[in-house]
Design a binder for this molecule. Structure first.
Ligand code: FNR
Length: 184
């Protein structure tokens, strides 16, 4: 059994990224588990925690959680045309201490979304820049930009846009093929 982490890049309770993440849970093929990974409760990264301690318990737990994954799908919103600070922070936390980058080698996909028309394009590509340094191969195609995401869910948080559902399933299927190619 392979485990893929779905990481919504938002802390907001009613986050659309969390709703997209939840919608992905039912799209995993046989032999693969999709698991939501929360980025909540991580203090802003400070290298002193690693160099001198004490290490926040949340850091140790998050690093173990990422280490245990086989792959990652990031579902990122966009803040000021870039990756939200909370998501960047989580990435930084699990990339350290130096030499213990827990992301390394895990095949990734980046799904960006926005209530606006530009679909988080800026965040999507800034995130890809970090993935290169983290040594995470990232799926190139299909690119996943979800615009007007606020219109895709009902009040209970259920995905009600069939076109979005079909596109997400296509993207997940492509990611699984990419994952299999990039997994020893
Ligand atoms: C935003 N938002 C936003 N949207 C966008 O498409 N491009 C952007 O650059 C920004 N910038 C931005 C900055 C900050 C500080 C906030 C709080 C918001 C709006 C954003 O897309 C919207 O709040 C989403 O709902 C955030 O994603 P979640 O929390 O719904 O997953």
């Amino acid at each position: 059994m392979k485990t893929i982490g779905i990481i919504p890049g938002s802390l907001r309770a009613a986050s659309f990224s969390k709703k997209v993440g939840n919608a992905l849970l039912g799209m995993a093929p046989e032999g693969v588990t999709f698991k939501i990974i929360s980025i909540e409760g991580l203090p802003v990264y400070n290298q002193d925690f690693d160099d001198h301690g004490p290490l926040p318990e949340s850091y140790a737990a998050f690093r173990s959680e990422i280490k245990a994954l086989d792959g990652v799908i990031f579902v990122t919103p966009e803040h000021n045309r870039s990756v939200p600070a909370a998501l960047k922070n989580a990435i930084d936390v699990a990339s350290r201490p130096y030499g213990k980058n827990t992301w390394s080698g895990k095949p990734a996909a980046v799904f960006s979304n926005s209530p606006g028309a530009l679909s988080g394009f800026g965040a999507n590509h800034h995130l890809r820049q970090s993935l290169v340094f983290l040594n995470m191969p990232a799926m190139a195609q299909p690119e996943v930009y979800l615009q007007h995401i606020n219109k895709d869910f009902d009040e209970s948080g259920k995905l009600i846009n069939d076109d979005t559902r079909k596109f997400l399933q296509k993207a997940v299927d492509a990611y699984i093929a990419f994952f299999n190619k990039n997994t020893p």
